[in-house]
Structure formats: structure tokens, C-alpha cells
Design a protein around this ligand. Structure first.
Ligand code: NAP
Length: 289
């Protein structure tokens, strides 16, 4: 397929590498052009503006947050986009912006699909992301061959793009709650002299098997928060978005408020660029360790 791709951060760069490996033609744009060079070396065509990426069969975007989307996906960009083009937005953004973007695209004859992903950059590099897609089924059908290259499974959540976004935010809220409690429990047991590795072996051995407790548990045990695979700053953004989405439907999320404050604490201590697992350090610091 002839694809445009906007946003070559940790996640975007890994996705584009897999699209190129699968033989697709990819036009790439990134705000900081130097990040495009390794992909140019792998066969991508670097373009100078987002508008040049908005062409071909479909354009994918993987920008940081709502404000980045607002800066790049402007009314004029959509005005000049070819009618019938599909824009697949894979970033984790607010439910409110997803709804707004769906309307803005529809009014200009551009198809819009929300396809946020579960999985960190190493999972993206392995082409094993879990994709949560929302939007018109015919548009999703057309980009499914690309989803198959970057992900191991696509879940179709609903015909409204924002339904995929709320699904992703719910998942990250649960991830935040898991890492928060993992950090607190680890601080509890190590405070009583239990070895961190014994704690992890017991927890992941039967009660909580799976990638979240074992992956984040290992990082907390080794106090290895850099380089970040998923930055605390981006995790905080997601928890705030979950709280906003909950507020919109008058739904209390008390645990999310706790996780938000822990992440704010991490950022206040200068740890926003560290890995989400830094919640373990927040818990230890509260205990004077
Ligand atoms: P990242 O490495 O920080 O990359 C962010 C990208 O957004 C970069 O291309 C950056 O461009 C661009 N950007 C930021 N502000 C911009 C602006 N105002 N105008 C234009 N471009 C702008 O982040 P990432 O880890 O790839 O995450 C991307 C998205 O995926 C986020 O929504 C994140 O929540 C989501 N996500 C991340 C993970 C993860 O584990 N990392 C997992 C699932 C989902 P520059 O290079 O110029 O800074």
C-alpha cells in the first residue's frame, strides 16, 4: 500500500520499520526531521510537511498527545486532503478530541479511524501490538493489512472512533493501578526484609501471571527506570484522560485519582521522562527509602 506516516517517536518509528519490511511504500513526516533518517535509510521517503503525508491509500499518525494532534491535524490540512483518504490515528488521545476529529474529518470527506494500541515500543518493534480499532467497518477493512503487519491482533470496538479511545484509556487506567499497587506492595514486603525477587516470584508465579506484573516488577526490582519504554509523563497524560472521560459520563474513578497524584509526584521530582515503573520509586520514597 501507499502510506503516509506522521510522528516518528518511539512507537511510530517502530511501526514504520515494520511497514517497510513488509514491502509497503511509506512517506514519513516528523517535527524533528533527524528522527526520520534511520527510516530513510530503510527505504522510507521523507516529506517536508504533514500535507505531503496526507495522500495515497491511507495516512497513519502516532503523535504524543492532544495538543500535538491539534497542531498538526489542522482544518486546512483536512481541506486539502484527497477525498476518501483514510486517516488512522493511533495515538492515545482524549475521548473528546477523538469525537471532534471524527466530525471534522467527516465534514471534509476524509475517513477517520481511531486505532490506539496496547504494547510498548519493544512490542511495536516485534510487530506484536494489540490494536483497538473504532470507526466505520469499511475503512477498518481497508487498513487491516497494515494492522496485520504492526499488530498481533485487532479488536474492533465499535463504529464510533472514540469508543476505541475510551477502551484504551480504561486499559491504561488498569495498568496504572497495577503498577501503583505493585510498587506499594513491594515497599511493604521489602520493609520487612523480604527479598524483592522472592516477592516477585510468588506474585507472578500463580496469583498474577502475565506481562504487567512480571515486566514492571522486574524494572522495580532492578530500580531500572531509564531508558524509559513508556514515559511517566505520557502515563500521567493517559490517567488524566481517563479521569476526564469518566467525568463526562459522571463516573467516579477514585483509584485513578491516586495514580494521577503518584505520577504528579514523580514528575515533581524530575522523573517525568523515566519509565512508568518509577511508581515503584514513588512508593519507596514515601516510606523514607
Ligand atoms: P514519543 O517517543 O515521545 O514521540 C512523540 C511524537 O510526537 C514524536 O514524533 C514527536 O515529535 C511528536 N510530537 C510531540 N509534540 C508535537 C507537536 N506539538 N507537533 C508535532 N509533533 C509533535 O512518544 P511515543 O512513546 O512514541 O508515544 C506516541 C503515542 O503513543 C502517545 O499518544 C502515547 O501515549 C502512545 N503510546 C505509547 C506507548 C509507549 O509505551 N511508549 C504505548 C502505547 C501507546 P518530535 O520527534 O519532534 O519530538
Amino acid at each position: 500500500m501507499d502510506i503516509g506516516f506522521i510522528g516518528l517517536g518511539e512507537m511510530g518509528a517502530a511501526m514504520v520499520a515494520n511497514m517497510l519490511k513488509a514491502g509497503h511504500q511509506v512517506r514519513v513526516w516528523n517535527r524533528s526531521p533527524e528522527r526520520a533518517q534511520p527510516l530513510a535509510d530503510a527505504g522510507a521517503r521523507v516529506v517536508a510537511t504533514p500535507a505531503e503525508a496526507f495522500a495515497g491509500d491511507a495516512v497513519f499518525s502516532m503523535l504524543a498527545d492532544d495538543s500535538a494532534l491539534r497542531e498538526v491535524i489542522t482544518a486546512s490540512l483536512l481541506e486539502h486532503a484527497p477525498r476518501g483518504l483514510i486517516h488512522v490515528n493511533m495515538a492515545t488521545i482524549s475521548v473528546a478530541l477523538a469525537e471532534e476529529l471524527a466530525t471534522a474529518h467527516a465534514s471534509r470527506g476524509v475517513n477517520y479511524v481511531a486505532a490506539p494500541v496496547l504494547g510498548r515500543p519493544d512490542v511495536a518493534a516485534a510487530g506484536k501490538l494489540t490494536i483497538v480499532a473504532g470507526g466505520p467497518a469499511e475503512s477498518i477493512d481497508r487498513v487491516q493489512p497494515i494492522f496485520d503487519v504492526i499488530g498481533q491482533k485487532t479488536w474492533r470496538i465499535g463504529s464510533l472512533p472514540q469508543q476505541a479511545n475510551v477502551m484504551k484509556l480504561a486499559a491504561n487506567f488498569m495498568l496504572g493501578a497495577a503498577v501503583e499497587t505493585l510498587g506499594e506492595a513491594a515497599t511493604l514486603v521489602t520493609g520487612h526484609g523480604v527479598a524483592m525477587q522472592d516477592f516477585l516470584d510468588v506474585i507472578t508465579g500463580g496469583l498474577f501471571p502475565g506481562p504487567v506484573y512480571s515486566g514492571y516488577g522486574k524494572l522495580i526490582a532492578e530500580q531500572r527506570y531509564e531508558p524509559a519504554l513508556f514515559k511517566a509523563r505520557l502515563g500521567l497524560k493517559d490517567i488524566r484522560l481517563a479521569l476526564a472521560a469518566a467525568d463526562a459520563v459522571t463516573t467516579p474513578l477514585p483509584i485513578a485519582s491516586v495514580v494521577r497524584d503518584s505520577l504528579i509526584e514523580a514528575v515533581a521530582h524530575g522523573d517525568g521522562e523515566k519509565d512508568f515503573a518509577v511508581l515503584g520509586q514513588v512508593a519507596a520514597r514515601r516510606a523514607g527509602r
